[in-house]
Design a protein. Sequence first.
Lengths: 161, 401
Amino acid sequence: MNAEEIHQILSDKFGESVLGYDTELAGDTCIQIAPTAILEVCQYLAETDTLAFDSLMCLSGVDMGVKEEELSVVYHLYAMQHRQSIVLKTSVPKTDAHLPTVSHIWKTADWHERETYDLYGIVFEGHTDLRRILLPDDWEGYPLRKDYQEPDFYRGMRVPY
Amino acid sequence: MESTQQTESRIIELKPFTDEMIVNMGPQHPSTHGVLRLELRLDGEIVREAIPHIGYLHRCFEKHSENLSYPQIIPFTDRMDYVAAMNQNWGFCLAVEKLLEADETKDFEVPERAEYLRVLICELNRIASHLLSFGTYGMDIGAFTPFLYAFRDRERLLLLFEKVCGARLTYNYIRIGGVSEIIPLEPGSVAEQNYLDEIEEFLDYFEPKIDEYNDLLTSNSIFSERTMGVAVMPAEMAISYGATGPNLRGSGVDWDLRRDEPYSIYDRFEFDVPVAKDIPELGAVVGDCWSRYKVRMDEMKESVKIVRQILAEGLPDGPVMADLKAVRPPQGEIYFRSEAPRGELGFYIVSDGTPKPVRVKGRSPCFSALSALQELSRGLMVADIIAIIGSIDIVMGEVDR
């Protein structure tokens, strides 16, 4: 099954929540999903026997630039049994970045979501332990956002070198 | 009469659980393989919960990458898993090359000679990495000698790497489109022949040593008592936690990217994929610490096999770098994963068509495997935590990036 066929299955099932995919860009084809439907789509992909996407390879946040008003979250899924992969992408506004968690579907999402929260400030609702993971707990701001300004001092230490 | 009263008053109440104590293990602890801090909630010797705290080695790889051109990022990947830096270089280059190949206006191909050199060097690096894992695991459990043996052999491999790129730890050898030519290895030259002879000499020396190490540590009864049947990770749990590489195969899943999704020229070589099995007469259970360890020991033999096939074929003639004027991948994104010694190393790259990437994410195999520690360690003894950390073989440089 390629991305096109899985897109067809998903749009039959979820209708307008599946926003389509871009074939013009190089590399992987991402299926755009509305943020409100991402949890149901993930659940459907993981639990349907014909699809059985049992492995979340990677979950990453993306900020395309200062001018963009949205942050993206990309899910790279893989089905060990059927040996196929799929890329899901969803976008949330920078000012109010909220998404439902998928950490109960794939346990690896627990830490990946914490990392995305840590570096992008996207809040995953329903996550049991959403804390910073790589940065110190008292760090301010979300460094991988393109508009991030690094602080001059952190606990009395100069940050820019 | 008095004495009986006394004995009665001595009756003590037996509490099944004592008070919980919180102990910090690490960040400076020899068994944590770097700087990992575990917050242990202990009930006597029993671990109620082990909460990993990471980030002590966070060097902002992803943030740095956004301000660097693609070739400039390669030295940063060296510093992720510094024990298997060649494989990290390769993983990143493979992802960029995949994106470059998607550009139909440009014809781009990695030369044959470079592919052979890459497989050769990366398989040797896999042996070096597994040697370190084997040596330090023995030391964690309390056997000091294997560590010295492992480092003695690893030293010879590091000298081999030094001869080809000048560095012992952070190589920057594999480049986008080929391999580095800093130290020229002319096709058909005496230098090339000497180098290959030296590798063969090492393999002849090293192959019997694997059996020796198995005798020394693998079948050692103290070692097996500490590792067999401890912290069993079932296959489903391993997949859900994103454990990959030897950790996944240690849980009995027959999966290796080199065979199942062959990249580069791995489809030309014959090798087996070691997968853990139950060994009832010894007491080993699929998914326990010992199985994960054993898969690594067996993998060294397979790497030797692959390198021997390259040596038998000889390196093909030709250039080692593709004709690439500038690295400017087209607009788009790619996720590419390769089989590093510690599991599936993925790189997610988003390009906007400029010489600098918009986003680079390193999907670290150790990061995912370490997240399973909390569930694996629940209810075990403190000493078992050491056995688990060693068996999932983490390198903190890669966890924290």
